[in-house]
Design a protein around this ligand. Structure first.
Ligand code: PMP
Length: 416
């Protein structure tokens, strides 16, 4: 028996079809941005009457808002299993968080990063060793082990995603963290696609840094998190220089003492208070629902979708590791006889289904998967793209079945 699931706003809203009719929206684009939870909406609405500046204001509303902002930080700390003295920095999103970490890493740091990463985790590093897509999780661990052993002297940082935004496959984070530790290296985890679907405990996993985005976690846009060890962050000059990050500034503004608090130091300017509160409300709501129920439900829907796709001869799922690895609710595929853009637009215009097409900000990885699909006879070439269906709390079996029916019809009517 399923407990009451948190409700998302907009589920079932009508969308127009090309034939002039309309249909309840089937949102399969949660991996890009998930719809907002009702509980998040309520938390923001509750905060608005006391909406005021944080930290520096002395008025009652400022005190209340400051408390709410700092308690959002503590909620996120608990949600991530971060230790008491870990820095929990509110950023704009995962991209911002990873760039902040790249900026704060000491000069000469070597990042070891798989080519399967999202661009946000692949691109920010000044010095990087890039590893090709591993054939299985064990090979990922071996490759990281070898690369860390061979990396130049100096700080080393293994950067890895917890769940792929392309295939939904879950990476062996605990083992990779152990590998990093054995080499005296650190590990940064891109958990953007993981935390909306699975519990994450950075202390138990032995993870040094984690980044994620509120807008993929059922909260609105504009707030994300970088959590982890504070020493690099405390030592680095702020990337954003301004108020809040500085403890004192000399009479002519030529000498500054930056805050020794890693969080303040890297949150210059007025922070996105409502974004942080919304993000924390989403963390609270998911944790209070209980992960077991959420995971069981998602796995049932995912199995239904993947089984249905496997039964359609003209639709080929893109996977790196195939069966036998855990995955979250993300499936990418190509449809015979269709380019991804036309397939995605037809799914919208004829069926009211919202998917994404393209390379999902993971060009090397999708290129790799598509060249494999081409070798398997799916007819993909350089420059081709894929369709991605990703889902979450507002998705039901009826949506999955509509998507499968639509794909079966696409296969029967190739677009050329
Ligand atoms: N990493 C992963 C795995 C992602 O899926 C995304 C978003 N597609 C990002 C990073 C970047 O997130 P944001 O756009 O919120 O910065």
């Amino acid at each position: 028996h399923e407990p009451d699931l948190p409700r998302v706003i907009g589920t079932g809203a009508p969308v127009p079809l090309d034939d002039g009719g309309s249909i309840a929206y089937a949102n399969f684009d949660y991996a890009a941005s998930a719809p907002c939870l009702e509980a998040v909406h309520e938390a923001v609405t509750r905060t608005l009457p006391y909406y005021s500046s944080v930290h520096r204001g002395a008025g009652y509303a400022s005190q209340v808002t400051t408390d709410a902002y700092e308690s959002a930080r503590e909620t996120v700390r608990g949600f991530l299993g971060a230790w008491t003295r870990a820095a929990v920095v509110f950023t704009r999103n995962t991209t911002d968080a990873m760039n902040l970490l790249a900026h704060a890493a000491p000069p000469g740091t070597t990042a070891v990063v798989f080519e399967t990463e999202h661009h946000a985790s692949l691109l920010p590093w000044r010095r990087a060793v890039r590893l090709p897509a591993p054939a299985n999780p064990a090979e990922a661990i071996e490759a990281a082990d070898r690369a860390l052993a061979a990396a130049p002297a100096g700080p080393r940082l293994l950067v890895v995603t917890a769940a792929s935004n392309v295939t939904g496959e879950v990476w062996p984070i605990a083992e990779l963290a152990r590998t990093a530790r054995r080499h005296g290296a650190r590990i940064a985890v891109d958990a953007a696609q993981y935390v909306p679907h699975r519990p994450f405990d950075m202390t138990a996993l032995g993870v040094d840094y984690v980044a994620f985005s509120g807008h993929k976690l059922y909260a609105p846009f504009g707030a994300g998190v970088l959590a982890g060890r504070s020493d690099w962050l405390r030592a680095a000059e702020p990337f954003l220089k301004g108020g809040g990050a500085s403890d004192s500034v000399s009479a002519h503004g030529d000498r500054v003492r930056w805050s020794a608090d890693a969080q303040r130091r890297h949150e210059a300017g007025t922070p996105n208070v409502l974004g942080a509160i919304a993000l924390a409300a989403a963390c609270d709501t998911l944790a209070a629902t209980g992960w077991d129920a959420l995971v069981r439900r998602e796995e049932r829907l995912l199995a239904r979708l993947r089984r249905g796709i496997a039964a359609l001869p003209g639709v080929r799922e893109l996977t790196l590791w195939g069966t036998g690895v855990p995955r979250v609710g993300i499936v990418s595929f190509v449809v015979d006889g269709w380019n991804a853009r036309d397939a995605a637009l037809t799914l919208s215009g004829s069926y009211g289904i919202g998917v994404r097409d393209g390379k999902f900000c993971a060009h090397p990885f999708v290129g790799h998967l598509l060249s494999g699909a081409a070798a398997d006879g799916a007819g993909c070439g350089e420059g081709d793209t894929a369709v991605r269906a990703s889902f979450g709390l507002g998705t039901g079996e009826e949506h999955v079945d509509r998507l499968l029916r639509a794909l079966a019809e696409l296969v029967r009517e190739p677009r050329g």
